[in-house]
Design a protein. Structure first.
Lengths: 325, 264
């Protein structure tokens, strides 16, 4: 068996950025192994020949296109199991994101295959792929080898760099897949609903982000005042967006935005991995949290252990004073 | 409706976790507890049971773990589960995600649930994945990281946040649903429930009891091996300020920001 099959997620006619990273990574690894990199897309009519063929720019030589419901994992498991069954790829690769986790896990069960998730790097060792996975709040990294084939590699968000290798276009191969009975028992009713106001945080040089430690939705007023004083934007964690305290468009992390501002000031954010992956490239990270054991202090440049309700208002005033003076 | 809730015993969050350098497995020493994410799954089961939209016969907490993992089950029944099942067998030690998912699916099969609930991740190990592994073995539809779940007839209407915003998905029962922590605020067990927890039925099952094939579990059945455990890349430790005098703290923060030309 040989080759790497990468799942490429798309939405409204565009391929997901993390998927492009994974396709690029597969291209790079496949050429090191002397094998081919393939991609698979699953969805409707917006998967045009042109869109599929562009995956060649990132290193895929062949793109398998499957017509099936999109946005849900199990139809993709059916499709990937069929393609791997017929073409015998040695590895299945996924970029970071929710769907990749679900599809990779389903494929593990279907094919009796080994899986590694939250992978931050993949290397070639003795003609095989070895996945690097950070564990225990990133306090150690394990090298994972696969027993048998295929091996399933689920990347962490932003783990793989997108690299347009050239202008090669990939061969597009249509595959008919009969879905498993249970794969049709989950039906998407509404996809991609935006909750809350549409805000732009990706271009901001300074971001003040709030988490559950703010205590209540009104706690965001503290973040807004501080962001105003600093001339920055306000962002939020998934927990508070799910709770309805702030807009989804301002969410950082796993299923939200990835940012790398000059200053990222986190107020009442514990620093779960799912959040960290969306902001760890920020130039300066300042965290205010009352729990001295909060993981965010492990990756902040300046950590303040204390009550944000006391500190943030005074900080806002001090910055205004400094700017005024 | 019969609901099974998958729960897991994890080392207490306050204990520093480490890998055993000899076995290359997680050292599960320290005070064990119920995985905090699982309490949301039990609460979700209780809300279905109490919600009046479905007739729930039983809520059963199911775990796979070594001797001692009964603690997690006691906690689960104190939160409302009617009884519990513990899959415990030496042959299961060292199982990876693939093998664990298979073993859990087998023990669940023996209960024929209409709904399997679990927490979206465990505090100590594999994230997000077990629900989808179990679902494929059981041949059930599944959805993970669900933050709202309503029963409507023989369907569940679920909401979750995915890559492009919030999705609403209708899932037919039987199904496997992993819930996010935003789905509910778990209740605290009453003293009476805690005292009574040990009296509720707890069935212990060995691998053979639920038809688990020995070559599919444990180290032999696992499809991944850990080659090495390495420290993360060195990163200069950040500066920490303990806030005692807030005026002083703020002065220090402003100076720190100003030094980096972040106030302009």
């Amino acid at each position: 068996m040989s080759g790497i099959l990468t799942y490429a997620l798309h939405y409204e006619g565009a391929i997901n950025k993390n998927s492009l990273g994974a396709v690029s990574e597969a291209g790079k690894l496949a050429s090191e192994l002397g094998q081919e990199a393939h991609a698979i897309v699953v969805g409707g009519d917006d998967l045009t020949d042109e869109l599929c063929a562009t995956l060649g720019n990132y290193g895929a030589s062949k793109v398998f296109r499957v017509k099936a419901p999109e946005g849900l994992a199990q139809p993709v498991v059916d499709a990937m199991a069929k393609v791997i069954g017929e073409h015998g790829q040695s590895y299945a690769l996924f970029g970071g994101g929710l769907l990749g986790f679900e599809i990779g896990a389903g494929l593990t069960a279907r094919l009796g295959a080994g899986v590694t998730m939250e992978v931050t790097a993949v290397k070639v060792q003795d003609g095989k792929l070895v996945a690097e996975r950070p564990i225990l709040q990133d306090s150690a990294i394990v090298d994972v080898d696969y027993v048998g084939e295929p091996g399933i590699i689920i990347g962490r968000l932003n783990a793989f760099e997108t690299q347009a290798a050239g202008s090669d276009s990939a061969e597009v191969v249509d595959v008919e897949v009969e879905l498993s009975d249970f794969s049709t028992k989950a039906v998407m009713k509404q996809r991609g609903e935006q909750r809350g106001a549409d805000v732009n945080i990706e271009d901001a040089d300074i971001i003040v982000a709030g988490g559950r430690g703010l205590g209540k939705a009104e706690g965001f007023e503290l973040c807004e005042s501080l962001a105003d004083a600093l001339g920055g934007a306000v962002a939020a964690t998934r927990a508070v967006v799910d709770a309805g305290w702030y807009s989804y468009s301002a969410q950082i992390g796993q299923t939200g935005k990835t940012v790398a501002p000059k200053l990222y000031l986190a107020a009442g954010i514990s620093g779960a991995i799912q959040h960290k992956v969306g902001m760890q490239s920020s130039e300066n990270i300042v965290a205010i949290n009352k729990d001295q054991n909060a993981p965010i202090f492990d990756f902040s440049d300046l950590g303040i252990v204390g009550d944000l309700n006391k500190i943030v208002p005074k900080l806002t005033e001090a910055i205004k004073a400094k700017k005024g003076g | 409706l019969k609901i099974c809730v998958l729960v897991k015993q994890v080392p207490d969050a306050a204990v520093e976790k480490r890998m055993d350098p000899n076995t290359k497995r997680l050292d599960r020493g320290g005070e064990p507890n119920l995985n905090p994410f699982d309490t949301h799954a039990i609460e979700a089961a209780m809300q279905v049971k109490e919600g009046g939209k479905a007739d729930v016969e039983e809520v059963i907490a199911v775990t796979m773990g070594p001797e001692g993992s009964e603690r997690a089950l006691h906690k689960a029944v104190s939160l409302g589960a009617d009884r519990s099942v513990q899959l415990s067998d030496e042959s299961l030690a060292g199982s990876d995600v693939c093998a664990t998912g298979y073993a859990l699916a087998k023990v669940l099969e023996s209960e024929s649930p209409d709904l399997v609930l679990l927490g979206q991740q465990s505090d100590d190990g594999e994230c997000y994945t077990i629900g989808a592994v179990v679902a494929d073995h059981l041949g059930m539809p599944s959805l993970t990281q669900v933050i709202k779940m309503d029963v409507e007839g023989d369907k569940l209407v679920c909401e979750r946040q995915a890559e492009y915003g919030y999705d609403t998905v209708e899932v037919s029962l039987p199904a496997v649903i992993s819930v996010g922590d935003a789905i509910n605020e778990p209740r605290y067990p009453s003293l009476k429930a805690i005292m009574g927890a040990k009296k509720k039925q707890l069935d212990k099952k060995a691998a053979g009891d639920v038809g688990i094939e020995a070559d599919k579990v444990g180290e032999d059945g696992s499809r991944t091996t850990v080659l090495a455990i390495n420290p993360p890349p060195e990163k200069a430790a950040g500066e920490i300020i303990e806030d005692e005098d807030t005026n002083e703290t703020v002065e220090k923060i402003v100076a720190w920001l100003d030094e980096r030309k972040l106030i302009s």
